[in-house]
Every structure is written in C-alpha cells, then in structure tokens.
Design a protein around this ligand. Structure first.
Ligand code: AMP
Ligand code: MG
Length: 351
C-alpha cells in the first residue's frame, strides 16, 4: 500500500470522520517505522546460527544491521583466517591491531571473568576443541590431556593496549560465549540511531528487541523448555527494548554410555559444567553482557548465580535446574508466565 493512502486510512479510522482544526505548524515526516504495517524481514545465517530479523522500518534499515552483523562475524570469528581473533590466536604472542568491537568484548569478557571467579573464560577454546565441539567429532578427552590444556587457560592473559591485543603463544581465545548477544546489542543500537522504534531480532535462541510491537504492546517471547529440546515453551516473557539470552545444556551436546556432555565448560575442571542447572536465561539492556552472563551463571549454578545477581544486579534471570525448579529473579515476576502444565516449581527470588 502506498504510504499517503495508508496515512489517509489511518487518519480516517482515528478521527472517525469528524473534522479537526488544521494544524498551523508543519507536520514532521514520520520515520517509515512509524507508519509501516509490514516489517522488513529476512533470515540470514551468521555466527553459526540462523537469525530472523524483523524490523519495522525500511529495507535499508535491514541491510544496515545485516552488514553490521556480518562485519562482526568477519572480525570476531575464531575460524576465519582473516578475523582479528584468528590473527591474535596465531600471532605467537605478538600484538595485533584490533577494532573497537574486539576491544569492547575483550573488556567485557575480562570483567565477567573477574566477577565470576573465572567461570567465563574466553581462552577455553583448546578445551572446547578437545571435546570435539568445534567440529562435531565428539570425544571424551582423558584427564591428563585436559590438565595439560588447562595450563594454557587464563582469560587474564589476553592484554589490550590501545588498539592492539596480544595473547601468549600456546593460548587461543574464542568470543563465542558473548559475540551473538553483542551482535544483537549493536544491531539494536544501530536501528535506534536510524530512528527505528520497533524490531525483533531472533538470533538463534538469543532475542533482541527494539522498543515494543508497533501497537505498543510488549513482545511475547517464548522461553524454551530445556526438557523439550525439540520445541515447547517453559513460559512466555514480555519484553520491551531489551535482550533475552539463553544458555542451555540441551543446545549442543553428545551422549556416551548414557551420559550427556554439553558445550558449556567449567574452566576449573575442563569438563562440561555440572552445576545442576539445565538452562539460564538472562534479561537485560545489554545483549553482550546478557550473553556472557548466561554462559557463566550456567557454570556457577543456582546459588552462585543468585549471589552474582544480588551483588552486581543490572539484569534479571530465569534459572532452570535438573530437579524441575524454576528460579525467577524478582524483576520478572510480572513479565514472565510459567506454563503450568509442565510440572515445574516456581521460586521468585527477591534481593
Ligand atoms: P553460549 O552459547 O553463549 O552459552 O556460549 C557457549 C560457547 O562458548 C561454547 O560453544 C564454547 O565455544 C564457549 N564456552 C564454553 N564454555 C565456556 C566458558 N566457561 N567460558 C567462555 N566460553 C565458553
Ligand atoms: Mg553466552
């Protein structure tokens, strides 16, 4: 539908045919997102995941965030030989010129490494690879191998100096635990800068929203039930202008002799984190922070996660444990609705 026609239709509906005084001041031109009924939408494959981008704006807005996301992948991918991360990993300790995004994520990862006692450690890459999570050729490494690899795991060894970063020879980093959430955050910032007031970016389990739905009501986000990995919601979260990022043992795993091994590792053992949690969803303003927290609070377990929340705050969480308990931080009690029929026990946690 042509925009003037749409405006006329909307005006007619709103005014119900009655006359209004003519406005003496010029009418500002609305941004396309204010009047568009159909979103610009696309499905892309980036950062190892399918992303569904829905923007109540123009095709140019959609193109701009697609370029931004692809650019982040090009800079931050651990496997592309031209990426900044790859160069840092292969520079044998020499400083490598990196961009603002690399630096922002290195600082975030360092801060979360400090605050979580090393539960988030972006230098776990060689351990993650030893288990086969980088190739899907899964195996259980022996403890001697893991102990040797763990000698070269230490997030604090990554140094940033001005516009360069360096990692000691023998160590390798990977921003996979934070990059997708950060990409959502950056895409949302870019859309807001462009005047878009409504968007829903689904980045493979990470959801980033801009504003509310075009009708002003919050987005309704289904949070996956970790016990139904093929689908099925634990509950529904109402979200406006924020990110919701989930880490779960069900997302990527293999089984051997009836035991499940997943991709979220405890840097203290070199093995999949067995904290009793099966999924962690973090809700907050900053997608990168939410992503780093979803991974590291999964490693810390319920008590550690809630301690962290009480100490630092600035986000809300939905924690699911293997005994079918759901722990909800107080700020979500009016925006998250647990699906009754699943048999979970809900605990609302206040500060
Ligand atoms: P996420 O899906 O955001 O929870 O991130 C999980 C990914 O981060 C894994 O696939 C690994 O590549 C990497 N990873 C696993 N354990 C850790 C950890 N403790 N700290 C940092 N990165 C990790
Ligand atoms: Mg994460």
């Amino acid at each position: 539908m042509k925009r003037p026609l749409l405006c006329a239709l909307v005006c007619a509906l709103l005014l119900g045919g009655c006359t209004q005084p003519v406005q003496p001041t010029p009418t500002p031109t609305p941004h396309p997102s204010d009047v568009a009924v159909a979103p610009a939408e696309s499905t892309i494959f980036a950062m190892d995941t399918v992303m569904i981008l829905r923007v109540y704006g123009s095709e140019e807005d959609l193109d701009a965030i697609t370029k931004r996301i692809n650019g982040l992948e090009a800079d931050l991918s651990v496997t592309r030989e031209t990426s900044q991360v790859w160069k840092v990993n292969h520079a044998k300790g020499a400083p490598v010129t990196v961009g603002q995004d690399f630096i922002a994520l290195a600082e975030l990862a360092h801060e979360l490494g400090e605050r979580t006692g090393g539960a988030l450690d972006i230098t776990m890459y060689p351990v993650v690879r030893a288990w086969g999570f980088t190739t899907s050729e899964y195996q259980i490494p022996d403890q001697g191998t893991l102990d040797t690899l763990l000698e070269n795991v230490d997030y604090a060894a990554l140094t940033v100096d001005g516009t360069t970063a360096a990692l000691p020879e023998g160590m390798e980093m990977d921003l996979g635990a934070v990059a997708k959430g950060y990409a959502g955050e950056m895409a949302a910032d870019l859309l807001r800068e462009r005047g878009v007031t409504s968007a829903l970016l689904n980045m493979g389990g990470n959801v980033q929203t801009v504003g509310a739905k075009p009708d002003g009501s919050p987005w309704r986000i289904g949070i996956q039930d970790p016990n139904q990995p093929t689908g099925g919601y634990l509950g529904v979260l109402l979200l406006k202008d924020q990110a919701a990022v989930t880490s779960g043992g069900y997302e990527r795993y293999f089984e051997q002799d009836g035991v499940r091994y997943w991709h979220i590792m405890d840097p203290h053992t070199g093995a999949p984190a067995r904290s009793g949690l099966t999924s962690v969803t973090i809700v907050g303003d900053k997608g990168g922070l939410c992503d780093g927290l979803s991974t590291s609070l999964f490693v810390l377990g319920v008590e550690g996660a809630l301690d962290y929340w009480r100490t630092y705050g600035g986000f809300e969480a939905i924690l699911v444990d293997e005994n079918n308990n759901v722990w909800l931080t107080g700020g979500l009690k009016d925006t998250f609705t647990l699906q009754d029929s699943l048999g979970y026990t809900l605990h609302v946690v206040e500060e």
